[in-house]
Design a protein around this ligand. Structure first.
Ligand code: ADP
Ligand code: MG
Length: 385
């Protein structure tokens, strides 16, 4: 942490006058259960990780933001009075968008100079974009002198992605990054926007297994899944007009309507219903280290994601096999939106090194790709440092 501050202070001084006066951070996250349940207004078991996006900033007297990302090796300067999308440095659009929707919510923003640095891998399913948005929102609060409710901050981040960036994502990523708590996982109700904290047994380590496979199809495939879920809701609504989302659907409702559903729609709906139930079922075995039940829940989530929701990828299948064959594994599944990216395992704490070595070796043999494997701990939600 001290090293990181020292490094960022140097980077800051290279580009701006003086030293940073404001430090903010926001974590990435991983889902322990609940793929694609967020935009269906259901449940997710989500955990912040100790991979974080940091900003080192200093306030400005004018209404200009000048920001540089060490990771992207690019930056831009813009005025808070002129927040247009700019494709020259696309990542700065996340900053513009958070500014725009914070101002629309009535907050008075001041400008700043800042350096961004992240240890959340990009586009790997660990929500680097939400970590960036939440760190930016914290920085605006710190330099402008106001406090925002963390759930409102999450909603502003989601709006930024949905309406400015053009990604039709749910609330999961931003809510987790804003509301996470060290050492705990959160059971999030995506409709009520409420969460409760769940203990993870000390006998379990959360291990990220990055397939390093690019997620090319994600945009269109993601939108297709959303539309298929909506098509399912439309059919179910004929049965019961009170149904607004798959969240409202019981297994009995689904059984009564499924024969009217075209094949992909039926499979998508079945997965979401079962995945929601798995999220609710996970809290107890996770806190009690019930290995048999954890394995059941994680593997049925993975098979459902692969065969019913069809968000798998060849690299994910090879990774899954490598994970379940490794020593110390308790349970393994996908993470994030699927189509490559990261997966997640529960591993016995004393076996993490042996697990990692085995997965790296077997995955390399299977795919010729170099996986990246690391244990993570839940960290606190976005904050001023
Ligand atoms: P994910 O959120 O799963 O990592 P996204 O595609 O939603 O994947 O977001 C990744 C994008 O977020 C990057 O391509 C970049 O535009 C932006 N981003 C995230 N972190 C940073 C950072 N530290 N510096 C600059 N841009 C970042
Ligand atoms: Mg993202």
């Amino acid at each position: 942490m001290d090293n990181r501050k020292e490094f960022l202070t140097k980077e800051f001084s290279k580009r701006f006058q003086g030293k940073p006066e404001v430090w903010t951070r926001a974590p990435g996250r991983v889902d322990l259960m609940g793929s694609h349940t967020d935009y269906n207004l259901g449940y997710v078991m989500t955990m912040t990780i100790d991979r974080e996006t940091w900003l080192a900033a200093s306030p400005r007297a004018d209404r200009v933001v000048n920001i540089y990302s060490v990771d992207m090796k690019s930056g831009a300067e813009f005025s808070l009075d002129d927040l247009k999308k700019d494709e020259k440095t696309p990542w700065v659009n996340y900053v513009r968008a958070v500014a725009k929707y914070s101002m629309e919510a009535g907050y008075k923003l001041k400008g700043f100079n800042a350096i961004v640095h992240s240890t959340v891998p990009f586009s790997a399913g660990l929500s680097s974009s939400a970590a960036l948005e939440m760190a930016i929102a914290m920085t605006f609060q710190a330099v402008s002198g106001f406090e925002m409710d963390p759930v409102e901050m999450a909603l502003i981040g989601q709006k930024a992605e949905n309406h400015f960036i053009g990604v039709n994502s749910g609330i999961l990523d931003q809510y987790s990054s804003a509301m996470g708590e060290a050492g705990k996982t959160i059971l999030l109700d995506c409709r009520a926007l409420r969460s409760s904290l769940v203990n993870i047994s000390p006998e379990l380590k959360i291990v990220i297994c990055d397939t390093k496979a690019k997620r090319n199809l994600l945009g269109s495939e993601y939108d297709d899944r959303r539309k298929q879920c909506e098509a399912g809701v439309a059919i179910l609504q004929k049965l019961d007009p009170k149904i607004e989302s798959l969240r409202d659907v019981s297994f009995e409702d689904f059984d009564a309507a499924k024969d009217q559903m075209p094949d992909p729609v039926r499979k998508r709906c079945q997965f979401i219903l079962e995945e929601n139930q798995r999220v609710l079922d996970l809290a107890e075995p996770l806190s009690k280290n019930d290995g048999v039940r954890l394995k059941e829940l994680f593997s049925s989530s993975y098979f459902g994601a692969r065969d019913l929701f069809e968000i798998g990828a060849p690299a994910m299948e090879e990774m899954y096999q490598s994970m379940v064959n490794a020593p110390g594994v308790v349970a393994a599944r996908q993470a994030g939106a699927g189509f490559g990216g990261c997966m997640v395992a529960l591993v016995h704490p004393q076996k993490v090194d042996a697990f990692s070595a085995s997965v790296i070796k077997e995955y390399k043999q299977r795919t010729d790709l170099d996986a990246e494997i690391y244990a993570v701990e839940a960290s606190d939600g976005a904050s001023i440092i």
